[in-house]
Design a protein around this ligand. Structure first.
Ligand SMILES: N[C@@H](CCC(=O)N[C@@H](CS)C(=O)NCC(=O)O)C(=O)O
Length: 249
C-alpha cells in the first residue's frame, strides 16, 4: 500500500512546520507505510487543513488522527496494537493536550506575538507556497484568520503572559510524565511519541527564542526524546548526506 501525503514541506530542520503533518509523516515511517509527498501544493484538503492523504484507490482522508486510526485499523494496528486500553487512553489524553491546547499557544507565538511574526515572516513564502510579493498580501489575511481562530478557541482571549504560562505548564506536565523513559510506552515508539516529537520539535527547533522555547529546552528529557525520534526517523534531516527516509534504528 502506498499513499500520497499532502503537507506543507520541510522547514527549520523539521519535516514540516505543522505538528500534525510532522506527526502523520512520522507515523507513516514508524508503521512502514510507503508514501510519496505530493508535488501539487495547490490541491485543497477536504477539511481545508493539512495533512491529508490520497490512498491507492483515490480515497481522500483528512485529519492526522483520523488518518492514523484508519491506517492502523487497515494494517492490523502495527504501531499502537500492543498498548493496553489504559495506555491508549493516556496516549489519547496527552495527544489532546498537545493538539488542542499547547498547539494553539505555539500558533499564537508564531503568528500574533510581535517577535514571533517578525521572525516567522521569512518562512511564509515556503509555508504558504506563494511568491514573496503575495506573502505581503496574504500575511494580514492569515493573521486575521488566526486571531479569530484563537479567540474562538478561547486561548487567544488571554494575555500573552497567561498564554505563555499555560504552554509552559503543558510542557512541564509532558516532561514530568515522560520522566527518564526512552519512549512513552514500552520499548518502541508509538503514536504518542510521533505526536510528542512533533510538538516539542516545533518549539525547540524554532529559530528564535521566546519564554516557551527557553523553558522547553530546559527539559532535557523532552529534547532528547525529540532528538532520538529525529535520528531514528529523519536521518536525512539530521545528516543531509543520508538519503534514507525509513526507520534507521
Ligand atoms: N486536527 C487536524 C488539525 C490540522 C491543522 O490544524 N492543520 C493546520 C496546520 S497546523 C492547517 O492546515 N491550517 C490551515 C488553516 O487553518 O487554514 C489534524 O490532526 O490533522
Amino acid at each position: 500500500m502506498s499513499v500520497t501525503l499532502y503537507k506543507f514541506g520541510p522547514i527549520m530542520g523539521l519535516p514540516d512546520p505543522s505538528p500534525f503533518c510532522f506527526k502523520l509523516e512520522t507515523y507513516l515511517r514508524i508503521a512502514g507505510v510507503e508514501y510519496t509527498v505530493a508535488a501539487d501544493k495547490g490541491k485543497k484538503a477536504p477539511t481545508g487543513k493539512r495533512p491529508f492523504i490520497v490512498d491507492e484507490d483515490g480515497k481522500v482522508m483528512a485529519d492526522s488522527g483520523l488518518i492514523i486510526a484508519q491506517l492502523e485499523a487497515k494494517n492490523g494496528n502495527p504501531v499502537d496494537g500492543k498498548l493496553t486500553l489504559s495506555e491508549r487512553a493516556e496516549s489519547l489524553a496527552f495527544q489532546r493536550l498537545m493538539e488542542e491546547h499547547l498547539y494553539w499557544a505555539v500558533v499564537y507565538f508564531r503568528w500574533i506575538d510581535p517577535t514571533g511574526i517578525k521572525n516567522w515572516t521569512p518562512y511564509l513564502k515556503d509555508v504558504l507556497g506563494v511568491p514573496g510579493p503575495v506573502v505581503a498580501l496574504l500575511k494580514p489575511i492569515a493573521q486575521r484568520i488566526v486571531r479569530k481562530q484563537l479567540a474562538g478557541h478561547g486561548l487567544g482571549r488571554h494575555s500573552p503572559k497567561t498564554i505563555q504560562d499555560l504552554a509552559i505548564t503543558d510542557i512541564g506536565a509532558l516532561a514530568h510524565w515522560l520522566g527518564q523513559r526512552e519512549w512513552g510506552f514500552g520499548d518502541q515508539p508509538t503514536i504518542f511519541d510521533a505526536s510528542l516529537a512533533a510538538h516539542v520539535g516545533e518549539i525547540v527547533s524554532q529559530t528564535w527564542d521566546n519564554p516557551v522555547t527557553v523553558e522547553t529546552r530546559k527539559h532535557r528529557n523532552l529534547v532528547s526524546h525529540f532528538e532520538r525520534m529525529m535520528t531514528r526517523y529523519y536521518p536525512e534531516l539530521r545528516d543531509p548526506k543520508s538519503t534514507s527516509t525509513g526507520d534507521s534504528a
